[in-house]
Write a protein that binds this ligand. Structure first.
Ligand SMILES: NC(=O)c1ccc[n+]([C@@H]2O[C@H](COP(=O)([O-])OP(=O)(O)OC[C@H]3O[C@@H](n4cnc5c(N)ncnc54)[C@H](OP(=O)(O)O)[C@@H]3O)[C@@H](O)[C@H]2O)c1
Length: 334
């Protein structure tokens, strides 16, 4: 399949006054970065990192113009790698996609072959994007709890930022595996929805309000934290003996104001989760679990799809903390 002369993408630009603009643009294909595999993208998704990238956040975007999109599913158009054939369906998630390198909110991406995976057997390309980096991260969190000996009989698991993409998928995964899940949310009106995902009960953010105390009553066996900041600090203080918190997010703050007491008196483990640079062997294992024994039904119930031309309205919702579930970005339907 010949490479088209140009492609459409959502371009983030910074003008001379340093103000950020986003627009649907056509760019010549020669502007694609170097790499082994060119993919014609069909679907991407919206993750918190994309919302930051789409608004030119300096922690994500180092050079302008920029194309967001840390997830992509599509068809190989060109391949210099014997591992990938023209016409094959593949996914690319994480690494530098949509961060250092133009990402999946685009008709075309060009990436190193090491970043590309065949569609995991048991999943469709669409399901891969419904899960996307959010589902992959949620699964990494669950794997970290298991690795540290957190079994369902140990007690309840608190999931923070519960209505978000990572958290909603973590709730579904944990509930399917038999864990008693408590959902912490700022959106009490989504309580029924969270229960439909598998949460046993819902608690408001005020229940994890900051406290001066180094330790609080032990209420949870484990946690999956997508929020960070004071919520994470308070959660760690409420973890019971030998429990684990998988820490992946920063939606509520990056600081962590704690003493060492939860770690040295209760043996709590803080497990860091890094989906972007997860090594290939573990990456394959996580996707294989998501496709097989951890396979999730009902993904359509937590997913909306928007054309690329409308994604910025959902970005605004996400940055205002009003987004729920997962959003697919339809590249062909732009
Ligand atoms: N480490 C990794 O590999 C990795 C991978 C993926 C994502 N992440 C991080 O994980 C986090 C969640 O990502 P996502 O894509 O799931 O985002 P998302 O869909 O926007 O979910 C974030 C959720 O956090 C809660 N929240 C938002 N603002 C908050 C605030 N100021 N204080 C407390 N809670 C707040 C909201 O849930 P409620 O309204 O229900 O409380 C929101 O739905 C982000 O920080 C993202 O960067 C990390």
């Amino acid at each position: 399949m010949p490479l088209p002369d140009e492609f459409a993408c959502l371009l983030v630009q910074r003008d001379g006054n340093k103000s950020i603009t986003t627009s649907l643009e056509r760019r010549p294909s020669r502007e694609l970065p170097p790499g082994d595999v060119v993919v014609q993208v069909r679907l991407s998704s919206l993750n918190y990192k994309d919302a930051l990238g789409a608004t030119g956040h300096r922690g994500i975007v180092r050079t302008f113009p920029h194309v967001p999109g840390i997830d992509a599913w599509g068809t190989v158009l060109e391949s210099a790698s014997p591992e990938f054939k023209i016409g094959q369906d593949v996914i690319v998630t994480g690494h530098e996609l949509g961060v250092e390198r133009w990402g999946g909110w685009s008709e075309l991406i060009r990436v190193p072959a090491e970043w590309v995976l065949p569609i995991p057997e048991g999943l469709t390309g669409r399901e891969c994007m419904q899960l996307g980096t959010a589902g992959f991260t949620a699964a990494q969190c669950v794997a970290a709890l298991q690795l540290n000996g957190v079994t369902p009989d140990k007690g309840e698991v608190l999931v923070t930022g519960a209505t978000g993409g990572v958290a909603s998928l973590a709730i579904k995964l944990l509930a399917n595996l038999g864990y008693g899940v408590v959902a912490l949310t700022g959106k009490q009106d989504r309580a029924d929805w969270l229960k439909s995902l598998g949460a046993l009960r819902i608690v408001g953010r005020e229940e994890l309000a900051p406290s001066e105390k180094p330790l609080l009553s032990a209420r949870f066996a484990a946690g999956v934290d997508t929020v960070g900041g004071p919520v994470l600090a308070s959660l760690i203080k409420q973890i019971s003996h030998r429990g684990t918190v998988a820490c992946c997010g920063v939606a509520g703050g990056a600081e962590l104001d704690l003493t060492v007491y939860p770690f040295i008196l209760r043996g709590v483990t803080l497990a860091g989760i890094d989906s972007a640079w997860c090594p290939l062997k573990e990456r394959r294992e996580i996707w294989s679990r998501l496709a097989q024994e951890w396979r999730l039904e009902g993904l359509d119930d937590i997913t909306e799809t928007v054309p690329l031309s409308e994604v910025m309205t959902v970005v605004d919702r996400m940055l205002a903390g009003k987004h729920t579930g997962r959003t697919l970005v339809d590249i062909s339907g732009r």
